[in-house]
Design a protein around this ligand. Structure first.
Ligand code: NAD
Length: 265
């Protein structure tokens, strides 16, 4: 049995994760932590009968009391780095779904995991379809180096661009290199209209109610365009990848950024 604690358990992703872990074979949910709902009964929060856990407020204390194998983090960009450090210091493997970690923070966490000889996972997107989108895009960019990314999310999202868009841009830039796109003399009549610039690649973030998590990678070539699009239409879409990640993190002794590095050849 893999013992799991969920941090951010009362949030949108945290609730979905608790339900998925409780239903999964070979896993046991031993703790739920959430700053804003501590003291509440988890079964009420996730609308699932027979769950005997009370939501705790402090991750460090919960990890010391429950001694889990894995902590799943779906909190927010301001606390995720601290939570990951707490997990590793307690010899608990972090599986981090929260986005917003900087490159420097990821490097520091990799070092800490190495020191502790512990597995860890940082996964900007657990949807297998989204991982395939990035993989297909990495093939397309060899033939179509002119590319822009449009990501669309619900309007409660804190960070922009999304972790998935950033990851896509990083993967594509690694293959095609830095490249100036568009007209060299173009100018913006409204600042930001051309989106963020990642090594010459434009990244656009849409925030509207009604969306969950969506992304288009648009390639332009002579007389043709190619669009690769992925849509997460409900948060359940992230659960098969999350459960896979929890199993995989038990088999490694270092921190990996991106589930694709563990599930694709
Ligand atoms: P949310 O705001 O609904 O939930 C976050 C929860 O974390 C809240 O309940 C909040 O009270 C709690 N929290 C805040 N600080 C805390 C702390 N110090 N300790 C414990 N709990 C704390 O957000 P959400 O929509 O569930 O998204 C959470 C994160 O997951 C975001 O960064 C989002 O971008 C990311 N996300 C990742 C994926 C993926 O596949 N990796 C998919 C969707 C969302």
């Amino acid at each position: 049995m893999i013992k799991v604690v969920v941090a951010g358990a009362a949030g949108r992703m945290g609730q979905e994760s608790c339900r998925a872990i409780l239903r999964a074979d070979g896993m046991e949910l031993v703790g739920a932590v959430d700053k804003n709902s501590s003291g509440e009964e988890l079964e009420k929060v996730i609308a699932m009968d027979g769950v005997e856990l009370t939501i705790q407020s402090d991750l460090d204390t919960t990890l010391k009391e429950t001694k889990p194998d894995v902590v799943v983090d779906f909190t927010n960009p301001n606390v995720v780095f601290n939570n990951a450090q707490i997990a590793l210091q307690n010899k608990v493997r972090p599986v981090i779904g929260t986005t917003g970690l900087t490159g420097e923070q990821i490097a520091q966490l990799k070092e800490l995991a190495q020191k502790q000889q512990l597995g860890g996972l940082i996964v900007p997107n657990f949807a297998i379809g989204a991982l395939l989108m990035i993989k297909f895009a990495s093939i397309a960019v060899k033939y179509f180096p002119h590319v822009e990314i449009i990501e669309l999310h619900h309007d409660q999202k804190m960070d922009a661009p999304s972790g998935t868009a950033l990851k896509t841009a990083e993967v594509l830039a690694e293959i095609r290199g830095n490249m100036r796109q568009g007209l060299p003399t173009e100018f913006e009549k409204i600042p930001g209209s051309r989106g963020g610039d990642f090594e010459g690649m434009r990244v656009h973030s849409v925030r509207l109610p009604g969306f969950v998590a969506h992304q288009e990678v648009i390639f332009g070539g002579t007389g043709q365009t190619l669009t690769i699009r992925h849509d997460s239409i409900s948060r359940e879409s992230f659960m098969p990848g999350l459960l896979m990640g929890i199993h995989k993190v038990m088999e490694i002794d270092h921190l990996v950024y991106g589930l694709e590095n563990l599930i694709f050849e």
